[in-house]
Design a protein. Structure first.
Length: 162
């Protein structure tokens, strides 16, 4: 498997991108940027504007909200998915605790790839909070995250968010 194929597999495993075709995933990958951060670099700051979606290729980083570490993220995990849909303040701070390499998808990159696909835009409420640790509430949509990678939300709440 080539490096590109591995990256496409990682992108397709992200719930937000799981319904994209192979062609759309390839385009998203081509539009994305690989960014290297030194240890201790602040990538996202709680309360500040959005920068885009980040998929961790290597390294680790804690997710900190209100000064409390919620979880640690590593290769294959992601953050910033809500930045693809809104420019509101970020709900957590991410600081690299090791050298960190991420694949970054900006809001404009995502829109170019998802243009005309209304179902892509509808994924935001369902995936909101998926990178928050299990047993926590997503600060954005208030959905309860029962375990890493899963969001539990009743149908009424989902409809309200859509």
């Amino acid at each position: 498997m080539t490096e590109r194929d591995e990256e496409l597999a990682k992108l397709s495993a992200v719930p937000l991108f799981e319904d994209l075709s192979k062609r759309e995933l390839s385009r998203l990958y081509r539009e994305s940027t690989i960014v290297n951060h030194e240890e201790g670099h602040t990538i996202v700051t709680e309360g500040r504007g959005a920068h885009g979606f980040h998929l961790i290729r290597s390294g680790t980083a804690p997710v900190v909200r209100n000064g409390r570490v919620l979880t640690h993220l590593g290769p294959g995990q992601f953050f910033g998915e809500l930045a693809l849909f809104d420019t509101g303040p970020r709900t957590a701070t991410i600081v690299s605790e090791t050298p960190l390499q991420v694949l970054v998808v900006s809001r404009s990159d995502f829109r170019r790839v998802g243009a005309g696909k209304s179902d892509v835009g509808l994924e935001a409420p369902r995936t909101c909070g998926r990178s928050i640790e299990g047993g926590a509430e997503c600060a954005r949509c208030r959905a309860w995250v029962s375990r890493p990678g899963k969001t539990v939300m009743d149908t009424r709440e989902r409809r309200r968010l859509l």
